[in-house]
Design a protein around this ligand. Sequence first.
Ligand code: GDP
Ligand code: ZN
Length: 364
Amino acid sequence: MSGDQTTEPQLLGTVVAVQANFYQVRLEEGRVTKEACNSEKSPPPLELLCTRRNRLKKIGQQIMAGDRVVVEEADWVGKRGVVSEVLPRQTQLDRPPVANANRILLVFALAEPPLEPYQLSRFLVKAESTELDVVLCLNKSDLVSSEQRLVVSDRLEEWGYQPIFISVKTGMGIEELFHSLNNKITVFAGLSGVGKSSLINTLIPDLKLRVGEVSGKLARGRHTTRHVQLFELPGGGLLADTPGFNQPDLDCAPQDLANYFPEARERLKGGKCQFSDCLHRDEPNCVVRGDWERYEHYLEFLAEVIALQTQINHQADPESNMKLISKGKGQAQYEPKLESKKYRRMSRRTQLQALQDLYQDEDA
Ligand code: GDP
Ligand code: ZN
């Protein structure tokens, strides 16, 4: 150790893997110098396996993959350290637990399995409900003609999306996709069979090596939902490695649903519905209801969201048709439960958690 510790710059890094109470931290470049690790011979390690300060445990501070953290007590030889602080998060998803993700990359296939509009719509809405940027990537372009691709892209443009057409097999569009991932934390999502693994291996050729490295240290339970790993992309940026998922539940607040359709969002930008709590079904002077392709999807999803909400309300208060309404200043009063007229808005955090239901433990 070189005497005066106070002059040493703070070590900052990003948590790239979490397993039990161990955190693999990727150190920020420029922070780690040969002097810092006191070694003239070998280059400093880029990652340290860390525990967390007891203080963080006591205050219940969770550490997630994607968190930016301050590392202390670096042991450069043993490649160990201690996380002493978690910097404020920009975003937070709870399942998979990922902090600071910028966007969701939905991967679908144009064929094998065939592109199913209703299913795609559902995943898009679920992804939008996290309020992260949503990017749609359509794989297996080699299996359809350019005319067919044009039909799909015209249709999706109406939905408010500009999909990236790719083929892992021929390499088509991979370069464009690759650049769009730079310097961001991206959560990958897609049904199995669409070519997700093939794509990840194409984007990160030495991935297998890294998986081996980390899972060696963080030995057990790689396939539990608690285990999240962020893979470093060769061009900068991180990719969240997540389990596959099945049909997602839509569990947003009914009044938020329209915001998760870009084409409905546009309509709401252009004007206001007469009622501020309009659900865009049969209310008079509604700007959302109308002649757009996915309006049918909207109505179906809305019915589903309302049914789920009703179920949750019943579970919360199974005995009664009355519920406690806060009147502010610590006062509360019982009022009849409202079935489908008015809903409590979900907090932003709850919305961010929404992606969690996209994911199911592969082993579950
Ligand atoms: P995952 O389940 O989403 O991880 O999908 P995989 O990466 O395992 O791929 C599923 C199947 O699709 C495999 O047989 C791949 O060889 C095939 N596949 C992946 N990408 C492409 C592609 O661009 N074109 C074609 N024709 N097949 C592909
Ligand atoms: Zn309306």
